[in-house]
Ligand binder design. Sequence first.
Ligand SMILES: O=C([O-])CC(=O)C(=O)O
Ligand SMILES: [Mg+2]
Length: 244
Amino acid sequence: MINRHGGIAMNLDEFTASREQHEIVKLPISEKELCDRYEQVFTSAVNDVLRELGYVYQTMPKEILPLREDMKVAGIAFTVKGSKNLTLTSEMEQRAKMLEELNEDSICIWDTSGDDESAQWGEIMTMASKRRGCRGAIVDGGVRDTDKVLEQNFPVFCKYRTSNGMLGRFRMIGWQMPVKLGDVFVYPGDVILGDIDGVIVIPRNLAYDVLLKSEYIKENEKEIKQMIVDGLTPTEVVKRGGYF
Ligand SMILES: O=C([O-])CC(=O)C(=O)O
Ligand SMILES: [Mg+2]
């Protein structure tokens, strides 16, 4: 296309739409039921289903782990993006506003631009987000007040613990925008599942089908495990259609 200065114009409409007007498709079941059922499966099963569909870059950086090994959570992505920043004017007010926009069955996802210094989550933020019906937080950064977060039984997955509060060190640039943690893109509305093996992102348009197939895998693996209990060798298991 020739622009009004006679030069070649770049048409960014489609690209912009793919990034910033990502459709939040309606799901065949409620978000609450979807999340509750995802919490009954496990990340490895979901990962295998996504792999079958050709989606092999859906796991978050492997350093993002649960605060306690038995923590498991599924939720609807509410994304937050920030970076190291020395300014603090209105930082608290801005963070309060974000927390007040968290919705029921959300999970707060922090893209920290690779922060290695501050805590993006803590005790009071846990208390406030629980009241909003938020199901957990996934932080590509840090958490503080860890003992008080653990007492609240709120699933938090993060890279590190630190007493460094984010004020004056880090701040948000916005929320509910597309973010990228490691290799994986997260769009607001995607489904997130975290357990002892880490965190996986299920694109929203696939979320219901992937759930059904993951539930099937969970059932099917019972039969495979029974073959081992019955004394079959791994070779016999594979011959009968079993897998690992
Ligand atoms: O501001 C922070 O770093 C978070 C915090 O301490 C809290 O939520 O209690
Ligand atoms: Mg605190």
